[in-house]
Design a protein. Structure first.
Length: 117
């Protein structure tokens, strides 16, 4: 099982980034996994940012990103995305994607997002 995040980088406040998480090697079809994005800032815990159900019919967001971030998925490409707009310095963190199916939980290696002028 492999989850590979990409799309991170350095961006100025107010800018945008689009993260991708490509999945492979799952025992069950990708469409059967709920997906989420987490982030971990330096010296802080890993926090849930956004969540999307198997077919994309339902999403949830942390209050801190509501209205700025959008999670989506393309089940034909086994990929989940996080569109991040109006970025703030406090969004600086390593962003991880997570796949969940029952007791099965898989994490990617993370991608760094730095928001700074």
């Amino acid at each position: 099982v492999q989850l590979v995040e990409s799309g991170g980088g350095l961006v100025q406040p107010g800018g945008s980034l689009r993260l991708s998480c490509a999945a492979s090697g799952f025992t069950f079809p990708f469409i059967s996994y709920d997906m989420s994005w987490y982030r971990q800032a330096p010296e802080k815990g890993r926090d849930l940012v956004a969540f999307i159900t198997t077919t994309g019919g339902s999403t949830n967001y942390a209050d801190s990103v509501l209205g700025r971030f959008t999670i989506s998925r393309d089940n034909a490409k086994n990929t989940v995305y996080l569109q991040m707009n109006s970025l703030k310095p406090e969004d600086t963190a390593v962003y991880y994607c997570k796949a969940m199916r029952g007791w099965r939980n898989y994490w990617g290696q993370g991608t760094q997002v730095t928001v700074s002028s």
